[in-house]
Write a protein that binds this ligand. Structure first.
Ligand SMILES: *Cc1c(COP(=O)(O)O)cnc(C)c1O
Length: 399
């Protein structure tokens, strides 16, 4: 590949680009993780995380990718032979299901077509049928990163309550936290799973479990073995600002900076910016004459847009052409939509002009790869952005 000039356009839906401020915060000398100086940092990030998850309950931080926090949620709450209810929203829901199955959990998997979020009515119906309360947990992916569909978590909470069912509620927010409105306490989620490299704008390597009192009680009674992931030990030692094993100290410097940046912009403004960029992206896709994978407008993701390729055109060949010619990385199709979709990430450190640059790369890439489309997508996105109006700063001032 020829050398590329200028900045690489990283528009995969995570890892997302890392702001220079965060890179600088991470590039500091490591400190003693048993020192008083560390305890101050530990307390700051453990408390700061609560403001992002919107909880007053403990948030556990692991030096692990998101997959580790998926496993932690399972091994801390469930026992072999338990049944859980999940919804097939896409590839990530399918992976979480596989992990549960490996631990001897029976998964009732509500089938889906990968073009929408989890259906609250279907969840309610399953829970109503379960008179004996054999279902121990409802587990849902908030933003299904493989398809660009979000699930309506507040409505699923209402569905669980309407069924009068005592199941734990566990939500994967790995790609939605700090990009899409999320409320751990208000929505009475028992375990919120998240990760560092998407909306939090950090490198990969940290993941999270926000834990309700009900989930903490379940972790005192369940029988799946665990050691590294154990909440009890973690929470006890976190009280002093420390961790039971060596934490990812420099990523915690970055986390502190990320939390500060999110509050400087204001979470409502962060969420509005993601909505605005997603809307402009969909306007471009429509103008190209292509189709967005998520069919339900109410569930189209603010984080990424998955675009369907015209039949008989390979998405991965197209992505390769765009990368080689225009230095832009787009997300691949995963699982059963591999080769059939490409994904445009518009999360984290992204603004109007960065998005328009990326959409220009997508559009020129379509032409270069000979993919049938109409031109004018970038113009449509510009027009959508000027209609949807004010820059983020003004929205924060109004909110
Ligand atoms: C990225 C992602 C994961 C996997 O996280 P890793 O950090 O790759 O282990 C799981 N769920 C969702 C929704 C994701 O977007």
């Amino acid at each position: 590949m020829a050398t590329q000039q200028g900045r690489h356009f990283l528009h995969i839906p995570g890892p997302s680009p890392i702001p220079d401020r965060i890179l600088r915060a991470i590039a500091m000398p490591i400190i003693d993780h048993r020192s008083a100086e560390f305890a101050t940092l530990g307390k700051q990030v453990l408390e700061g995380c609560k403001t992002i998850f919107k909880t007053s309950q403990p948030v556990v931080i692991y030096p692990a990718s998101g997959t580790g926090a998926w496993e932690a949620a399972i091994v801390n709450t469930l026992s072999p032979g338990d049944t859980v209810l999940m919804a097939e929203t896409g590839h990530f829901a399918t992976l979480w299901r596989q992990i549960a199955a490996r631990f001897g959990i029976t998964v009732d998997f509500i089938p889906g077509d990968w073009r929408r979020g989890a259906d609250p009515a279907a969840i309610e119906a399953r829970l109503v049928e379960d008179k004996a309360h054999t279902i121990k947990a409802v587990m849902v992916v908030h933003n299904e990163t493989s398809t660009g569909s979000t699930s309506r978590i507040a409505e699923i909470r209402k569905a669980i309550d309407a069924a009068g069912h005592p199941a734990l509620f566990m939500v994967d927010t790995i790609s939605s936290l700090a990009s899409v409105d999320y409320r751990h306490d208000e929505w009475q989620v028992d375990v919120t799973v998240s990760g560092s490299q998407k909306g939090l704008m950090l490198p990969p390597g940290l993941s999270f479990n926000a834990v309700s009192e009900k989930a903490m009680a379940a972790s005192r009674a369940n029988t799946l073995p665990r050691s590294y992931w154990d909440w009890q030990e973690m929470v006890k030692i976190n009280a002093g600002g420390f961790f039971p094993y060596t934490p990812a100290t420099n990523l915690l410097y970055g986390l502190k900076e990320a939390i500060a940046m999110l509050h400087e912009e204001g979470l409502p403004a962060v969420f509005a910016r993601h909505q605005r960029l997603a809307s402009a992206t969909r306007a471009a896709v429509k103008a190209w004459g292509l189709e967005v994978l998520c069919e339900n407008p109410a569930e189209q993701s603010p984080v990424l847009t998955a675009v369907m390729m015209p039949p008989s055109h390979d998405a991965d060949r197209y992505r390769k052409v765009a990368l080689e010619k225009y230095n832009i990385s787009l997300g691949s199709g995963l699982g059963k939509v591999a080769g059939k979709v490409f994904r445009i990430g518009h999360l984290g450190e992204c603004n109007e002009l960065m998005l328009l640059g990326a959409l220009s790369g997508v559009e020129m890439g379509l032409a270069a790869a000979g993919v049938p489309h109409r031109s004018g997508g970038v113009m449509a996105a510009m027009s959508d952005l000027s209609e949807s109006g004010r820059p983020a700063g003004n929205i924060a001032a109004v909110a």
